[in-house]
Design a protein. Structure first.
Length: 143
């Protein structure tokens, strides 16, 4: 019996909408990363991007458990000497909750060119509206 190996021509992609209201950030990110990778499909191939497009809405209503709003920090480097910047997740979720979700999902994808290709299929929006209605996305219930 032959082993099925997907390639770029045989991949069929769908669009999904995920509502992040009331879902913990890490749980949301791990489910979305699995869909972006294509692990929910029987045609999953590790070296091919077989994943689907995911639209995440209501990121301003995503929750963090415990004391993570005060104790956890988002850190990045500007590229200059001494350019390490940090922001508490409380401030980040209030101002840029879409960035928090985006970075959480990006951290769960492969750290190579395949992961950079997968993250382009993620669309993140703060509110309940998105501009991808033409793709006719399906509602996806994670929990």
């Amino acid at each position: 019996m032959k082993t099925y190996m997907a390639n770029a021509q045989t991949v069929e992609r769908k669009w999904y909408v995920v509502d992040g209201a009331g879902i913990p950030l890490g749980r949301l990110a791990s489910k979305v990363a699995a869909i972006l990778r294509g692990k929910n499909k029987p045609t999953f191939t590790p070296n091919v991007d077989t994943g689907d497009y995911v639209i995440v809405i209501n990121t301003d209503k995503v929750v963090l458990t415990g004391k993570k709003l005060e104790d956890k920090f988002y850190r990045y480097h500007t590229g200059y000497i001494g350019g390490l910047k940090e922001t508490s997740y409380g401030k980040l979720m209030a101002e840029k909750s879409d960035l928090a979700v985006y970075e959480a999902v990006r951290g769960m994808l492969p750290k190579n060119s395949l992961g950079r290709q997968m993250i382009k299929k993620l669309k993140v929006f703060k509110g309940a509206e998105h501009n991808h209605a033409a793709q006719q996305p399906e509602e996806l219930k994670l929990f």
